[in-house]
Design a protein around this ligand. Structure first.
Ligand SMILES: *Cc1c(COP(=O)(O)O)cnc(C)c1O
Length: 374
């Protein structure tokens, strides 16, 4: 074929995205509006309604004074603050535009077309999206007990597996597996497989049997942990998260991240937030007290609240049509309360509801109690 002929063939062809992209369904954000309700109670996105530390807001306002400057590309101040608060090695830390960006960078750095990525059934949809856009195959390990199953993951490992992603605690269920189970998972993986522990909700847990994964990152070459300021720290709008990784992984991520992936306002606010232990403790205590109160009250009213260790809880409704999750969804929306329906593939007949302020949580309790009793 001549060059001229080739050109004329291509003349009618539009630009094509790489193979994985057309297979992706766009991300659907939690609902935020209700027709006819000016101020709905939005409990659909696991946001922290108590907001960030007042010191974070102060730091954010201070950052407004020098918006003409590029941020500190080394992220050193925030990394130092994270290392101090969590007692971690700063050379193993990196920050991202939300932990979502870090999951994307890790996938881009370690997964090639044709590789396999194992995701656990209830984790973060974005991990699959990043894998598919790399041209990789996503293999889903079921969670029959509504919790990460180490055995189901290990059964699915093949020569093509490059990455295993679990959210611990998981979402939308809110359950976690212990440090011992994470270690058993790690021991069962071949050394070339990277294990990504997404600890978006780890900050809420006080159980000493739980660990988000930092000690494993320190002793293994193939474990990374991601964390976020979007949940307990109340900085979802700023898009800031961090990862704790072996130095070789940090080196890869530093090469592919853009030099200013984290903005100055986010860096400043997150630094103040992570150092404000008092605020962190207050938010955690508020959350965990309400988790218990809501579960006790709704379980007593005849609903099933699945035990959660996060800032949300799943309510399971009966399958009868009058009291189904769909009926509860309509009932709550009519009262201006927005939960999140659990998408296809999640546990059946459930709504996921975020912990809010005192009066918001009470409104949910009152509404669901009324729903059950009428
Ligand atoms: C909310 C959430 C995240 C955090 O995402 P960011 O990009 O840091 O806002 C990560 N994983 C899970 C499971 C989540 O629910």
């Amino acid at each position: 074929m001549t060059a001229a002929k080739q050109q004329s063939d291509l003349a009618s062809v539009s630009p094509e995205p790489v193979s994985g992209i057309s297979k992706l369904a766009p991300y659907v954000q939690g609902k935020s509006q209700v027709d006819g309700c000016a101020n709905p109670i939005k409990l659909s996105s696991n946001e922290s309604h108590l907001g960030p530390s007042p010191k974070a807001i102060e730091a954010y306002n201070e950052a407004a004074k020098s918006l003409f400057r590029y941020p500190n590309g080394s992220q050193a101040d925030l990394i130092g603050a994270i290392a101090q608060t969590f007692d971690l090695d700063p050379s193993k830390l990196i920050c991202g535009n939300g932990s979502d960006e870090l999951i994307s960078l890790i996938t881009r750095a370690y997964v090639a077309p044709g590789d396999e990525v194992i995701v656990s059934e209830y984790s973060f949809a974005m991990a699959s999206i990043h894998a598919i856009s790399q041209g990789a195959t996503v293999v889903t390990a079921p969670e029959p007990e509504l919790c990460v199953s180490v055995d189901h993951i290990l059964e699915r490992v093949t020569n093509l597996t490059r990455l295993v992603v679990i959210a611990n605690p998981n979402n939308p269920v809110g359950q976690y597996i212990s440090r011992a189970e994470i270690e058993r998972l790690h021991q069962g993986l071949p050394s070339h497989v990277l294990l990504l522990l997404d600890g978006a909700y780890a900050d809420y847990i006080v159980d000493p049997e739980f660990e988000a994964g930092e000690s494993l990152v320190e002793k293994a070459d193939n474990v990374v942990m991601t964390r976020t300021f979007s949940k307990l720290y109340g900085l979802a709008a700023l898009r800031i998260g961090w990862a704790y990784c072996p130095e070789a992984v940090i080196d890869s991520l530093q090469r592919i991240r853009t030099p200013f992936n984290t903005n100055a306002a986010a860096l400043a606010a997150a630094e103040a937030a992570v150092l404000d232990i008092e605020h962190t403790t207050m938010v955690r205590d508020h959350n965990n007290a309400w988790l218990k109160k809501i579960a006790d009250t709704l379980n007593a009213a005849g609903l099933t609240v699945i035990p959660s260790a996060t800032n949300f809880y799943l309510v399971q409704f009966p399958s009868s049509s009058e009291k189904s999750s769909q009926a509860a969804w309509d009932f709550l929306l009519a009262k201006g309360i927005i939960p999140r329906p659990v998408n296809a593939g999640g546990p059946e007949n459930c709504l996921r509801i975020t912990i809010g302020l005192d009066e918001e949580n009470q409104a949910v309790i009152d509404a669901l109690t009324e729903f059950v009793n009428t």
